[in-house]
Design a protein around this ligand. Structure first.
Ligand code: NDP
Ligand code: BG6
Length: 507
């Protein structure tokens, strides 16, 4: 490999204290702690650094350290001198018990933080990670402001990382933005969407903007349509309490899919700076042709997985899952066509689909070019069109389907796949999205976080769809382990196209 050109801030952030609210919870255990542990092992956290877990549970420093030890044993992917690095990592960890909306408790936290920063001899740089149920976000932000833990910086600084879901509709998202912005400045608020931390999502910008071959083709003259698929094999996995209130439109479309769509479709930004990139993403979201509530039932396919089979095992239907109402109309699958009414994309359909309990786990953006004129080669039918697949996961990489001549004396043409895989090419493991995002938040880089107007623009598009569909009509079922209902195929086939994914090369 030739020498790399650095495009974003790198290196270790300055000293800081990470405070995790909701530290006794599932996200902390499964994602945050393993990500922090990996960063620590790789020397990407500063020498003078501390983690403070905060929650209502009576854990104490030792109880929380035990939780962390278990979390690393179960979820960290790295092996090696585990005992030594875990012991050193654990020495950075403390726990503070308290309620989230109680000023006295938060004041006690402020006292503890002061003691920690004096002990470590570091400035009061605080990264507050809100890993609690969403209804606790506003009270925590308000309490932090009340006890003056919201100092804007730059030196010392205080920042807030806010987990999804961000609101459950446009109105609640706007309200939450207003409340947060009364206590913290926008540049202190890091709305997290873990899709933005994925390697291939970031590579999308590099692919488009660092390779001169693509930009001239990246428009309605050369692109016939775009497909975005986010398929999961998992079902609701014990998260029914949350998922019943969300469904695929809120859980996946409003956030993850809207980010993929806007990054694929945006104009080149004036600079690779957070606001310049986010400005362009917002313009795409605002150019989306609205799907009014009255049209949503016809234009949007929603469905629910029924009993079926996956990898040879029988799988329950959604209605049979623990915690799901027997008459639930929550969708676990969505497919629809989005149109972007701007100069670049006029007339190019973007077909989006996402579902749980699909046959394989794959997230892919497919750029389908127009077919070459057929006058020269093929008297019998259309030449297959070129197709660029940006594989977000798994087997992260990029593949391009080209037409080549089959060797021999006959003039036969067949499709050939040029397939770039990160694992093969770089022989190094990819970081987990949370590693990247935690590090960026500590460095103060907001590029991979959602800005207030971005989250509102995404809601403004998705909200009418939800209003038009929620609780109305019957929901078609698809067998677990299938690609969704027939209606999803009809959505694209009625327009002379078909869902396509690149056959993945094993790595
Ligand atoms: P949990 O339900 O595990 O909650 C985290 C902690 O919050 C709990 O340990 C509990 O701590 C406290 N808590 C729970 N319910 C309440 C309540 N009603 N009132 C006050 N405190 C409560 O959530 P997760 O860890 O799964 O998720 C945290 C956040 O991250 C959520 O916003 C979620 O939507 C988001 N998220 C989670 C993902 C995941 O995979 N888990 C994926 C993507 C986003 P205690 O009782 O000790 O105070
Ligand atoms: C989360 C959703 O945000 O993303 C889950 O709440 C979903 O329902 C998950 O399973 C998918 O993330 P990934 O990284 O596995 O594609």
């Amino acid at each position: 490999m030739s020498e790399a050109i650095q495009i974003t801030a790198t290196g270790t952030p300055g000293p800081f204290v990470l405070v995790i609210f909701g530290a006794s919870g599932d996200l902390t255990r499964r994602k945050l702690i393993p990500a922090l542990f990996h960063l620590y092992r790789e020397g990407l956290l500063p020498e003078n650094f501390a983690i403070v877990g905060y929650a209502r549970s009576e854990l104490g420093d030792e109880g929380f350290r035990e939780l962390i030890y278990q979390s690393i044993a179960e979820h960290a992917r790295e092996t090696g001198d585990e005992d030594e690095s875990r012991r050193r990592f654990n020495s950075t960890v403390r726990y503070q018990q308290g309620r989230y909306d109680d000023e006295r408790d938060i004041r006690r936290l402020a006292g503890r933080l002061q003691a920690i920063t004096s002990e470590l001899n570091i400035p009061a740089n605080y990264l507050f990670y809100l890993s609690t149920p969403p209804e606790m976000i506003a009270p925590i932000a308000e309490q932090l402001a009340r006890v003056q833990l919201n100092h804007r910086g730059p030196n010392p600084w205080s920042r807030l990382v806010v987990e999804k879901p961000f609101g459950r509709d446009l109105t609640s998202a706007k309200e939450l933005n207003q409340i947060l912005q009364q206590s913290f400045a926008e540049e202190q608020i890091f709305r997290i969407d873990h899709y933005l931390g994925k390697e291939t999502v970031q590579n999308l910008l590099v692919l488009r903007l660092a390779n001169s071959v693509f930009e001239p083709l990246w428009n309605n003259r050369y692109i016939d349509h775009v497909q975005i698929t986010a398929a999961e094999t998992l079902g609701v996995e014990g998260r029914a309490g949350y998922y019943e209130q969300a469904g695929a439109l809120r859980d996946m479309v409003q956030n993850h899919l809207m980010h993929l769509l806007s990054l694929a479709a945006m104009e080149p930004p004036v600079a690779l700076m957070a606001d310049a990139i986010r400005d362009e993403k917002v313009k795409v979201l605002r150019s989306l042709r609205p799907i009014p509530a009255r049209c949503a039932m016809n234009g949007v396919v929603r469905a629910q997985y029924g009993p079926g089979e996956q990898k040879g095992q029988s799988a329950k239907g959604y209605l049979q899952e623990d915690g799901v109402a027997t008459d639930s109309t929550t969708e676990t699958f969505v497919a629809f066509k989005a149109m972007i009414d701007n100069w670049r994309w006029a007339g190019v359909p973007f077909y989006l689909r996402t579902g749980k309990r699909m046959p394989v786990r794959i997230t892919e953006i497919g750029i389908h070019f127009r077919s070459a004129p057929q006058v020269l080669f093929n008297a019998k039918g259309e030449l297959p069109a070129n197709f660029l697949a940006i594989r977000i996961q798994p087997n992260e990489g990029i593949a391009m389907q080209l037409q080549v001549k089959r060797p021999g004396l006959t003039q036969a043409i067949e499709p050939f796949l040029m397939d770039f895989g990160y694992a093969d090419a770089f022989k190094q493991r990819l970081s987990d999205a949370y590693e990247r995002l935690l590090l960026d938040a500590a460095r103060g880089d907001t590029t991979l976080f959602t800005r207030a107007d971005e989250v509102e623009a995404a809601w403004a598009y998705v909200d009418p769809i939800i209003q038009g569909c929620e609780g109305k009509g019957t929901l078609p079922q698809y067998p677990a382990g299938s690609w969704g209902p027939r209606e999803a195929d009809a959505l694209i086939e009625d327009e002379g196209r078909r869902w396509q994914l690149i056959k993945r090369k094993k790595q």
